[in-house]
Design a protein around this ligand. Structure first.
Ligand code: ZN
Length: 273
């Protein structure tokens, strides 16, 4: 595919390109369309992407669906084509806090290749997208071992993902709820590629590790400032630039880390063994 540089008009993880939508996921499992909306898969050389196709399934995932639990050896890895997932950590008292979000720029299931084979986090669907690609853990491990370009791309993503988690840790400790909410909404806006999307304040509060009351007050402030509207479980981004100004630096740091992965696609030397 032809890769375009992202516009500087507004800051976003995603280049402003429109990829063909995948075929509707009917029946529940079918083969992916030739052009992937998942940017990691789309960044692979065409011959490598074609080689992976038989190992990929398209499936429909639903909001709040848990794809994997803490300590569970993943049976699959997931490459979202829209919407976004959340990687969350659950404390002993049941408090759930998000450590990172995962959209169509990335994947869930990096721990599949770790020696332990399991992550301490949940992966759950925050907002469902059109579809999601799924690959078995066995195929993923084998491709990582046998295909240099796949290994390079996933390793680059893993490095960026770790950077995002580190930034999120700093953000949670150093920045206020309004800045964190603005950061979170910007990342959600990038991933949804729509100005309005469904989201309950209760769910956002859980992901941010804040109380619902706090999120209600802070979202009310952002609404008063004309940056968002929030009605009947739907958030609308009204003033994207204003929201960027209201966010801490963590949004741009995270977006830069993720954007760099697909901008630096595997070179011609990194071929399958
Ligand atoms: Zn921050």
């Amino acid at each position: 595919m032809i890769w375009s540089r992202p516009t500087l008009e507004t800051f976003s993880i995603f280049p402003k390109v429109t990829l063909a939508k995948p075929r509707p996921p009917s029946p529940a499992r079918s083969r992916p369309s030739p052009k992937s909306r998942n940017l990691l898969l789309a960044a692979l050389p065409a011959d490598e992407y074609d080689r992976l196709l038989p190992m990929l399934e398209i499936l429909t995932i639903k909001s709040r669906q848990v794809l994997s639990g803490p300590g569970e050896p993943p049976r699959h890895v997931y490459f979202p084509c829209g919407g976004f997932l959340s990687s969350t950590i659950v404390m002993e008292n049941g408090t759930m806090v998000e450590v990172a979000t995962i959209g169509r720029e990335g994947m869930a299931g990096l721990a599949t290749k770790w020696p332990s084979g399991a992550a301490p986090t949940n992966t759950l669907v925050v907002v469902q997208g059109d579809s999601c690609y799924r690959m078995s853990a066995e195929d993923f491990r084998r491709e990582m071992d046998e295909c240099d370009c796949f290994m390079e791309l996933i390793t680059l993503y893993g490095e960026a993902f770790l950077g995002v988690v580190m930034q999120s840790t700093g953000c949670n400790a150093a920045h206020g709820v309004e800045q964190r909410l603005a950061r979170w909404l910007l990342l959600a806006h990038d991933r949804m590629e729509a100005t309005e999307f469904p989201l309950t304040q209760e769910f956002v509060a859980m992901l941010l590790g804040a109380t619902r009351q706090t999120v209600t007050v802070v979202a009310g402030e952002l609404q008063k400032e004309g940056l968002i509207t929030y009605q009947r479980g739907k958030i609308r981004i009204v003033d994207r630039k204003g929201l960027e100004a209201a966010s801490c630096e963590c949004y741009k740091v995270s977006a830069n880390l993720l954007r760099a992965v697909v901008a630096r696609r595997p070179g011609p030397k990194a071929r399958a063994k």
